[in-house]
Design a protein around this ligand. Structure first.
Ligand code: HEM
Length: 402
């Protein structure tokens, strides 16, 4: 195992897996925004971290100078089995125009309000199934006993994967999003069982077609032609990864907040109609998803000399704390009226799953606080955070109060 140098100055040597960043990135981002709007690092083969909303938006909207070919920062920019632009390995998130639009349109109908809202009874039942399991316990974990179970159950149903495989889903996500700092020769072979798992699910759907997103992707035609097998597989992998860790993190952060802010918990219990507005503030304040880009060609950006293939860590969560865009940006205001946050991204790759994410977050919180109208942190030191680009608490030890 390699021991990394701790970061001394995030302006010149940022590392989003450094414990200081993992545990509390907000003071770091505030500091960087004040003194060097685009931070740099030589780690991971070199990259940049813009900290203002204006810069994040400008990059997200510029697909000429920035490519989505790779959206997760690791130690390798050209992994084995690499599928080049414009499709990339997980369309549409890894796709550039014009292919991106085709890949996005293919899956948009599945995430439209109609089909997503129809999932409400099923998601509520899933939340209650997990809450029932905890009945009578005073000490519970908001992460490992609850938040981590909600999105996998929903995504398994959508893709038609066995719901009992949810532990496998979490292992896949851990490898793709958390273990980013492993050397490529160690990380690469760890993908073999993952590839085998997806092959098994795809073969099962070829043998037994059914009414789910996987079968839909295998049959849908664009311009009279079916999607390539790589496209089908890449989109399935994307939906599994994009649909689980993100929403689990948002649910977890919201529960963690309510455990530490009894006044906000009491307002949600007493004014349930506030929940949709509160959900937007949870998403702004604790935005879980940071994406990456690669620089497509050498150019100057806000004084930074960017070189082809440099990483860009695209901090939507940092943009959400920019005081030039949000009044009292560093304050959680549960009934914030104007809230045009960037938690779901900006530009052509804006989140396709936002209807589903909002629904899951709202229902998971509604059911949780119905069951537990009063709770607090049982052990503040016991709260742990996922490292890397999707930020959320993994363990949230809670005490249920009467
Ligand atoms: C709170 C939960 C979620 C957050 C904060 C979130 C955030 C994001 C962000 C920031 C992007 C933009 C990526 C980029 O610019 O490179 C994105 C894209 C995407 N998200 Fe989400 N997401 C969430 C939940 C979901 C769910 C539940 C699904 C589906 C099951 C989903 C599917 C996608 C897809 C397919 C894209 C790619 C869209 C494209 O490239 O055109 N997300 N998400």
């Amino acid at each position: 195992m390699t021991i990394k140098e701790p970061v001394e100055d995030f302006a010149t040597d940022w590392d989003h897996t450094d414990p200081q960043w993992v545990n509390d990135p907000y003071p770091i981002w505030d500091d960087l925004r004040g003194r060097c709007p685009v931070a740099h690092t030589e780690r991971y083969g070199g990259g940049w971290f813009p900290t203002t909303h204006e810069m994040v938006s400008s990059i997200a909207n510029d697909t000429t100078h920035f490519t989505s070919r790779m959206v997760v920062v690791t130690h390798t920019k050209y992994p084995p089995n690499f599928i080049p632009a414009p499709m990339g390995g997980a369309p549409p998130i890894t796709s550039d125009p014009p292919f991106h639009q085709i890949a996005r349109r293919v899956i948009l109908p599945a995430f439209a309000p109609g089909p997503i809202n129809a999932l409400e009874p099923q998601i509520r039942a899933l939340c209650n199934k997990h809450l029932d399991r905890l009945a009578g316990q005073v000490l519970i974990d908001g992460g490992t006993d609850y938040a981590q179970f909600i999105p996998p159950g929903v995504i398994a149903t959508m893709l038609g994967f066995p719901p009992e495989d949810e532990e496998i889903f979490r292992e896949i996500i851990h490898l793709v999003l958390d273990l980013i700092d492993l050397p490529p020769e160690v990380r690469g072979p760890m993908f073999e069982p993952v590839a085998d798992y997806f092959t098994k699910q795809i073969e099962d759907h070829i043998a037994n077609p059914r009414d789910d997103l996987t079968t839909y992707l295998m049959n849908v035609e664009v311009g009279g032609k079916k999607l390539s097998p790589e496209h089908v597989r890449g989109t399935i992998v994307l939906i599994l990864i994009a649909g689980i860790d993100t929403t689990w993190s948002a649910i977890g952060s919201s529960i963690w907040h309510l455990a530490r802010h009894p006044e906000d918990l009491a307002r949600l219990v007493n004014e349930p109609e506030l929940m949709p507005v509160a959900v937007e503030e949870f998403l702004r304040f604790y935005a879980p998803v940071t994406m990456a880009r690669l620089v497509a060609e050498d150019h100057e950006f806000y004084g930074a000399s960017m070189k082809k293939d440099d990483w860009i860590l695209l901090g939507f969560p940092a943009a959400n704390r920019d005081p030039d865009v949000f009044e009292d940006a560093d304050k959680f205001i549960i009934d914030r009226e104007v809230n045009r946050h960037a938690a779901f991204g900006l530009g052509i790759h804006r989140c396709i799953g936002s209807n589903l994410a909002r629904l899951e977050l709202r229902l998971a919180l509604e059911e949780f606080i119905k069951r537990y109208p009063k709770f607090e942190l049982a052990d503040a030191q016991g709260v742990t955070w996922a490292p890397g680009q999707v930020r959320g608490p993994r363990q949230i030890p809670l005490r249920v109060l009467v």
